[in-house]
Design a binder for this molecule. Structure first.
Ligand code: SAH
Length: 489
């Protein structure tokens, strides 16, 4: 991921002054090693008329993973984990913002010992970020940068040329141009607004983030019309990090932007920015787990499968309740399982606890005898991650072969998407969602599944049940052998 900063000049104010301002000599390519990879600064062009500095961030995913796994503990790196390094998103602009503040810290503060008069002088600036993750799309990009004096060009980037039906990605090509700003102001705008636009997980680890926001926002944030959104997103991300226990910090660095966190963030933002409520409602992911646990208890289940368990949040929750005597988390992703295992501290668990829990790697698209004979199975936010043509295979593996007495399935209600403050119209909630269903679509699918496999099914809303568009999450509760009662009801 990279950005370029360009300026133009005249003989008496050469463009190469940019080198002084950035404290980086235009004739040298420099590399700075950071904890997450290498930041390169180089100048593709540098003369009196035009000068461009490029900041290129080479994210070292392997180092991130190794560090996440606890450097110095010894032992070989986990080969199974290493092969999943590839699916890490490289374009996290929060990392770019961190690199900016690290590599150009004096420039950001407006300090230039060699030429003290320079930082205060506005100069023509052009900043380009070829692929900027922008949750809220080009429109929000403009609302954020235009009030600060930038002329904004923000073009959406197609998600994947091979899958035009996926539409635009959450990336935009961004070009900012201004004549009236200083370089220090420009850098401070980017430092705050790049992560605000990013919908990926943050890599902030400092506890003084509020101070940082106020410092970087000095002179522009207090008057910004989108101030509430900026602060809301910035601080709720911090909130979502700080509410994690210390031991999870490492995991957070490791974790990719998964559904749970995106939704937790959005929920918090919606709460803060929409009704101005002081108190945050429980994030949707929490409400979902509560609804699932309640339905499991009501079913009397003791031995439970969490199919597509992801990073193990629900397994962790279930372990707290001794009425669940056996809990099995299943996921296709070794990486997710590795994170789940660390979250649960499987290696340090007492014998009795450890006997209650198991994590299995496996795909739900195949019949798996290990999954037979359980009281209940949960598919929480999983079906929408499968391509529709694969869904019948999952249906058979779960309802046909494994056949737990109770099956809980949750999935987003696409009708509710209009209520998410920062979700552009027509977009799904997460890049990996292959589909999102209306209430009617989900019910039609669930009723057919129930009929085909001899289950009864009921529907439970999760989250605020909006009178027009329904709840954000929809849950189906299947019970084996109750088809007749359900039909009679
Ligand atoms: N149940 C968790 C995670 C949902 S994310 C929660 O509610 O928060 C979806 C999970 O399904 C991911 O962890 C993904 O790895 C897993 N998954 C997707 N396809 C799968 C498949 N075919 N077999 C097993 N797991 C799958």
């Amino acid at each position: 991921m990279f950005l370029t900063i360009s300026t133009t000049g005249a003989p008496e104010r050469p463009a190469t002054d940019l080198g002084f301002l950035l404290h980086k000599h235009p004739e040298k390519a420099q590399a700075f090693s950071t904890s997450y990879g290498t930041a390169h600064v180089l100048y593709p062009e540098a003369d009196a008329e035009r000068c461009t500095a490029a900041l290129l961030l080479e994210v070292d995913a392997v180092a991130l993973v190794r560090r996440g796994k606890g450097k110095g503990r010894g032992g070989a790196p986990d080969a199974a984990l290493a092969q999943y390094v590839n699916d890490r998103p490289y374009a996290a602009s929060s990392l770019l913002a961190v690199a900016l503040s690290g590599v150009f810290s004096s420039a950001m503060r407006g300090v230039c010992n060699a030429r003290p008069e320079l930082p205060a002088q506005p100069r023509p600036l052009r900043i380009e970020v070829p692929a900027l993750p922008a949750r809220g799309g080009p429109d929000l990009v403009r609302r954020l940068f235009e009030p600060l004096g930038w002329t904004v060009t923000a073009e959406p980037v197609a998600l994947d040329a091979e899958f035009p039906e996926w539409g635009d990605s959450r990336y935009v090509r961004l070009v900012l141009e201004a004549d009236t700003l200083t370089l220090a102001e420009a850098l401070r705008h980017l430092y705050v607004l790049l992560p605000v636009l990013d919908d990926a997980k943050h890599y902030w680890v400092a506890s003084d983030e509020v101070d940082k926001l106020l410092r970087a926002g000095e002179g522009w944030l207090p008057a910004h019309p989108e101030q509430k959104l900026i602060a809301g997103r910035y601080l709720s991300r911090r909130w979502s990090l700080t509410r994690q226990a210390m031991e999870r910090l490492e995991l957070v660095r490791l974790a990719e932007a998964d559904d749970t966190d995106v939704e937790e963030i959005d929920n918090a933002v919606a709460a803060e920015t929409e009704d101005g409520a002081e108190e945050k409602p429980a994030p949707l992911a929490v409400q979902r787990r509560e609804a699932i646990v309640a339905a499991l208890r009501a079913s009397g289940a003791a031995r439970v499968l969490d199919l597509g368990c992801g990073q193990g949040q629900l397994v962790q929750e279930l372990l707290r309740d001794p009425s669940f005597t056996e809990i099995v988390g299943v996921d296709v992703s070794m990486r997710a399982l590795a994170i789940a295992s660390r979250r649960l501290r499987l290696d340090r668990m007492g014998e009795r606890q450890a006997a209650r829990v198991q994590l299995l790697q496996g795909s739900l698209a195949y019949t798996d005898h290990r999954l037979e004979g359980y009281d209940a199975a949960v598919l929480s936010e999983v079906i929408e991650h499968l391509d529709l043509p694969r869904l019948p295979a999952l249906e058979y593996a779960v309802f046909g072969a494994a056949r737990p007495r109770t099956v809980l399935v949750t999935t987003p209600n696409v009708e509710y998407n209009v209520r998410w403050e920062s979700l552009p119209a027509g977009h799904v909630r997460h890049g990996d969602h292959r589909f999102e269903w209306t209430r009617e679509e989900f019910r039609a699918w669930a009723r057919k599944v129930a009929e085909r496999h001899g289950y009864g099914v009921e529907f439970v809303p999760v989250g605020p049940d909006d009178p027009e568009v329904g709840p954000p999450t929809q849950m189906a509760v299947f019970r084996a052998g109750t088809a007749k009662e359900a039909k009679a009801a």
